[in-house]
Design a protein around this ligand. Structure first.
Ligand SMILES: [Zn+2]
Length: 261
């Protein structure tokens, strides 16, 4: 039974990896192994890795991905991020980022589930409106959950943007955010742990069962486009809709964690 899963957490997220492991073990009976940052774990040549990551930065959100030719300073910053510095304000192409990670995973571990929790903001280019959009999660191999994406990708309530446009200072912004506390997840939010647990469960469903998003707004597999939807899907009971709860139970009963080959 191949139920060993590898969890990676990058630098400065609000997420406790150990607690996440306990959740996944309780829900899916997997055996988590905590590995710290993905790139530090595998990074025998951190200079090369930093340079490659810097190439994956999106410099113009209105154009499809083109490899960035990084300045030495950008590479230096990437090295610091790998060591734990916050990755604030930078956007990377999510699919190329995932591919880059996949190539690093050694052959003998490629049957296992690898999950990376990062504060890097990942986006995918949408041909329809010809621009990049931030993502909460990249479902693929490996799966990536972005805490910055959880804050930035789903939209905040419309009224919030209107009120924000009328603000005059930082104090007012703090007050405004306080008023909307229950309606969106912000940086440094204590609810982030629970939200990431839900998105990680989504990744497990994808990896073992090929399930993508759910249409039930109460289910943790719901692909929220609004912050209020995200809060409802991730922070209210029950965890999963009836269909996904049944799938979870089946997965446990079969005890078959071998991924589709
Ligand atoms: Zn569901």
């Amino acid at each position: 039974m191949n139920n060993k899963v590898f969890l990676y957490g990058s630098g400065d997220t609000e997420v406790d990896l150990e607690e996440l492991g306990i959740y996944l073990k309780r829900i899916f009976m997997v055996e988590p192994e905590l590995r710290g940052d993905f790139f530090s774990y595998f990074g025998s040549d951190s200079e090369h890795i930093a340079e490659r990551i810097a190439e994956l930065r999106v410099v113009d959100i209105s154009k499809p991905f083109r490899k960035n030719e990084p300045f030495p300073l950008e590479v230096k910053l990437e090295r610091e991020i790998i060591k734990g510095k916050k990755a604030s304000g930078l956007l990377y192409d999510g699919f190329y980022f995932m591919e880059f990670m996949r190539d690093i995973i050694p052959e003998k571990e490629r049957k296992n589930f690898h999950l990376y929790i990062t504060d890097r903001l990942l986006g995918t280019f949408d041909d329809i409106d010809a621009r990049y959009h931030a993502r909460t999660i990249i479902l693929g191999y490996p799966c990536i959950v972005s805490t910055s994406g959880i804050v930035e990708a789903p939209a905040k309530p419309r009224e919030y943007y209107i009120e924000k446009g009328l603000l005059k200072g930082v104090d007012e912004l703090i007050r405004l955010k306080e008023n909307y506390r229950n309606r969106f997840i912000d940086y440094g939010d204590r609810r982030m742990q629970k939200v990431v647990e839900g998105y990680s469960a989504m990744a497990v469903f994808y990896h073992y069962l090929g399930e993508v998003f759910c249409t039930s707004k109460k289910c943790r597999l719901y692909n929220a486009h609004w912050q209020e939807e995200l809060i409802e899907a991730q922070l209210s009971e029950p965890d999963f809709c009836t269909e996904h709860e049944e799938m979870r139970e089946l997965l446990l009963m079969e005890g078959d964690f071998l991924p589709e080959s």
